[in-house]
Design a protein around this ligand. Sequence first.
Ligand code: MN
Length: 212
Amino acid sequence: MNEYVLPDLPYDYGALEPHISGEIMQLHHDKHHRTYVTGANQALAGLEEARRKGDFARIAALERALAFNVSGHILHSLFWQNLSPEGGGRPNGALAGQIDTDFGSFDGFKNQMVRAAGTIMGSGWAALAWDPASARLIVVQIHDHQSETAQGSLPLMVLDAWEHAYYLQYRAEKTQFFEAVWNLWNWDDVSTRYMAARNVNLGLADVAQPRA
Ligand code: MN
């Protein structure tokens, strides 16, 4: 049986400067992300204990903790892979074409992502996701790590809008962070995820059809 573990970053903590400071990256990865890994394993252990004892008094809290911490672990692991010191620019190939089809233009997509990140009430993420049901790219505004997602969709590219992601460097100017990160997107990584996601089949017939 597996347990969750904290993955290494694919670059040094200071590699994303000046756009994201090394201090933020170290705290974000080694403290915040690690907390979600620990929390996910603790939730699984708590559920195991509940089953063993036949005591489900804390079931709702445990299930919420499981969803919150597993989702936090997955989103952070994805965020690190989505960024690169050699990132930025624009996607090309099939991903670029799909963005144009589904958002009208790259700028339309970017504006939607930045606005989605900037208008979260509380903590959350903006995410580019592939929706297998409609075979479309969508942007979702995730609350915390796990709420307001479109079930069945796969996150391809995620933008952390929690204060811990930017506050030490950008203070109250969070929109500057949501713009700066466009110098770091690893489009090769996002494209690879997009091509793989296209092969996912939810096995749901008649849930979408071409617009009349
Ligand atoms: Mn975070």
